[in-house]
Design a protein around this ligand. Structure first.
Ligand code: T4K
Length: 371
């Protein structure tokens, strides 16, 4: 029986509670709880500035934002996507009656491999849905080139990519739309929440209608919309979180750097690519347990659990292995050899702003075989 304090893969960042009270007082005062109230408007503006994007539409969570993004662009038919993600990516396609077509990933970035996208295109293909997995940017230029050549739309699942930069500014400005998650487990959280980033006011207006049942005014409904709105409580939390985000990211960066240094010489452990200081948000710390390590991935996962360390095997199983996807022609491991191998080797180690040096050392000691 191990009495060490449990360490989970993540722990949400929470600002000091007393700083939240004034926000709550305002809500209690003005009685506006939802439907695009003052905090909602303020958070949209503040996030546009912080992220360096033109337009943002807030949502109750990232999954509803994905479902709505596909509706906003009227996507139908087939969409090429990655099997190496959280299941919500592909579920958003099924919720829209769209057929997911899985293409393999790049062995280094673990993002959708542009060279595999082209071969998956059929006359029914209308869009590509890549994921900036772990917050590492996709090859956005190569993906856009394919989209332009074949007249396809690109919707990025950017659930992990809050604040991530690429060669030309925010990675969220690429593609037709990008979708963020502000779930409790994410770098920036509003407890539950999400958003769509879009390039123009007209698209933002359509998204705003879609997330509010399709209402334009009291008597006009223009689309079969859904209730995807973020509440004032969640928006208030977001406004406060934004004041602390740079500090939180700094702590994550320190933890990331320490893991890389400490694990560099552990034979058989490969830290997944360093996205580079400019780009990264240190959302996850994935390692690959390779054949030269004395334990296989599941043995190491269990050993960590024995030490009360609850790392996670994101993303195992692959989405393509779940029952509602398995029957698809693109879902076979023959079609997805790189993703299948990655799903067998990956473990995401705990990383979050309040992870202490001592706790991190406990994790490193187990992996380095010193415990
Ligand atoms: N696209 C991608 C690529 C995504 O990764 C996600 C979500 C989405 C779309 C959909 O976005 P949302 O609709 O969720 O906004 C978690 C999250 O629930 C999910 O948001 C996330 N991706 C996914 C990668 O991870 P679980 O089932 O692993 O979560 P859970 O509850 O096991 O939490 C993990 C650990 O975090 C716990 O062991 C303890 C800690 N934790 C968790 C929660 C919820 C806390 O300390 N406090 C908490 O409140 O899915």
């Amino acid at each position: 029986m191990n009495n060490d304090k449990p360490i989970y893969v993540t722990q949400p960042y929470l600002p000091p509670l007393e700083e939240l009270i004034p926000y709550f007082e305002k809500i209690w005062d003005n009685k506006i709880l939802t439907n695009g109230g003052p905090f909602h408007q303020q958070l949209e503006k503040a996030l546009c500035e912080y992220l360096g994007v033109e337009h943002i539409a807030l949502f109750a969570n990232g999954t509803l934002a994905l479902v709505t993004a596909l509706q906003a662009l009227r996507i139908t038919g087939e969409v090429i996507t990655t099997p190496y993600s959280f299941v919500a990516t592909a579920h958003s396609l099924l919720w829209n009656g769209i057929k997911p077509v899985f293409a393999d990933i790049d062995p280094n970035t673990l993002n959708l491999d542009p060279s595999k996208i082209e071969a998956a295109i059929t006359p029914q293909t209308t869009a590509i849905m890549p994921v900036h997995v772990y917050g590492h940017p996709c090859d956005v230029d190569a993906i856009q080139k394919i989209a332009d050549n074949y007249n396809l739309r690109v919707i990025y699942d950017a659930a992990h990519a809050f604040g991530v930069k690429c060669h030309c500014g925010s990675v969220l400005n690429h593609g037709d739309l990008s979708v963020l998650s502000f779930h409790a487990t994410k770098v920036f959280n509003t407890f539950e929440g999400g958003a769509i980033i879009c390039p123009d006011a007209k698209t933002k207006q359509r998204i705003d209608h879609l997330k509010n049942f399709g209402f334009v005014d009291e008597v006009t409904v223009v689309a079969p919309g859904i209730n995807g709105k973020m509440s004032e409580l969640n928006a208030a939390i977001g406004l406060l979180q934004l004041q602390h985000i740079d500090e939180a990211l700094k702590h994550r960066q320190e933890i990331d750097a320490h893991y890389r240094e400490a694990l560099a010489n552990v034979k058989g452990i490969r830290c997944v690519n360093d996205a580079g200081e400019q780009a990264a948000n240190y959302a996850y710390f994935p390692i690959m347990v390779e054949d030269t390590y004395p334990l296989n991935r599941d043995e190491l996962y269990l050993k960590l659990r024995e030490h009360n360390i609850f790392a996670r095997r994101y993303f195992y199983p692959l989405i393509s292995e779940f029952p509602m996807y398995r029957g698809l022609r693109s879902a076979t491991s023959d079609n997805l050899p790189i993703a299948s191998k990655a799903a067998q080797q990956v473990i995401c180690l705990p990383i979050y702003p309040n992870l202490s040096h001592h706790e991190q050392q406990r994790i490193i000691n187990v992996i380095a075989g010193e415990k």
